[in-house]
Design a protein around this ligand. Structure first.
Ligand SMILES: [Fe+2]
Length: 307
């Protein structure tokens, strides 16, 4: 079966490399949540995207601050960039998105995968969300589907649907770079878990193998790094070639059944992410807090004995 959307992405990467029209990527790493926020821009037109921003959250006090986002905003202003896009690779379970604050300061269209509606359905049940919480993705400005094309100034881009970690995961291929969200991690660390509600290890394997059909020289930017055993530094950039030859979970030659057995066994040993309950409630609202109660304060819920 031909995969025309993948072919579009392959052609785009090859054209970007041949024309030397490659986006500049500056990454801001949040050690509290091990999250990499990428600012991607076209050096000729200075049009930019901010991918997977972080709202700083102190769980004991329930207090939020914008230190991480302010560093991104300062960089964007210093470089004279125009932010066209605020791209979310998925509804994160380990950090809160700060896209609304960055949008307020810098503008841009807030995007997530169209399957976010499925994620909203699942978690609206978990959190017994009120009827005022709609499940149609309308909290975001634009929902992208597999193969949807967009641009960053003069650089072509295309979204690829890569479900498995969550049903709504998108990878954004921008010029010769792919922002893979939580599908692949660094080759020495492996892959993301697939045991959240709506996740599936077999689906994740197929999404990863699809990404691995991009050219070997494709630059790969990750959403997270946790330092692999024996490595002292955080790293968030690799290549498709390096993932294919060296990813400890899913290098060339690993079969689907082998991957699924490994992934499911490993996931069974993992506890829930520290910030999953607050993160999901905010991120399915595109980074907004739940409606304030009569006293003007927004509250987050803790479902007991459910997850
Ligand atoms: Fe994630």
């Amino acid at each position: 079966m031909t995969d025309t959307h993948l072919e579009t992405a392959v052609a785009q990467v090859n054209a970007a490399i041949a024309a030397k029209r490659q986006p500049v990527v500056r990454t801001f790493f949040d050690e509290a949540t091990f999250t990499a926020t990428h600012v991607v821009h076209d050096p000729e037109t200075k049009h930019a995207a901010v991918i997977d921003s972080v709202l700083d959250f102190d769980q004991p006090s329930g207090r939020t601050t914008h230190d991480s986002a302010d560093a991104v905003i300062a960089y964007v202003r210093a470089e004279g960039l125009t932010v066209d896009w605020l791209l979310e690779t998925h509804a994160h379970a380990d950090h809160l998105s700060d896209a609304p604050y960055i949008q307020q300061e810098l503008g841009g269209t807030l995007v997530i995968g169209s399957e976010i509606r499925t994620v909203q359905d699942v978690f609206a049940k978990v959190f017994n969300e009120p009827e005022s919480f709609v499940h149609d993705g309308s909290q975001f400005d634009r929902l992208m589907h597999d193969g949807e094309r967009f641009s960053l100034g003069g650089i072509d881009a295309v979204a690829l649907h890569v479900p498995g970690h969550t049903p709504a995961c998108l990878a954004y291929v921008i010029g010769d770079a792919v922002f893979v969200g939580d599908t692949l991690f660094m080759p020495d660390y492996g892959t993301a878990r697939a045991d959240f509600p709506g996740g599936d290890a077999r689906t994740l394997f197929r999404s990863i193998r699809r990404l691995m059909q991009l050219p070997d020289a494709t630059r790969v930017f990750l959403c997270h790094d946790y330092k692999a055993p024996g490595r002292d530094d955080y790293v968030w950039e690799t290549t498709i070639g390096a993932e294919k030859s060296g990813n400890v979970h899913v290098h060339d030659g690993v079969t689907e059944d082998e991957f699924v057995a490994m992934r499911e066994a490993r996931d069974a040993t993992l506890g829930m992410p520290r910030l999953i309950l607050p993160s999901i409630q905010v991120n399915i609202r595109a980074g907004h807090f739940p409606e304030p109660e009569a006293n003007g304060v927004s509250y987050l819920k803790l479902p007991l004995n459910l997850l």
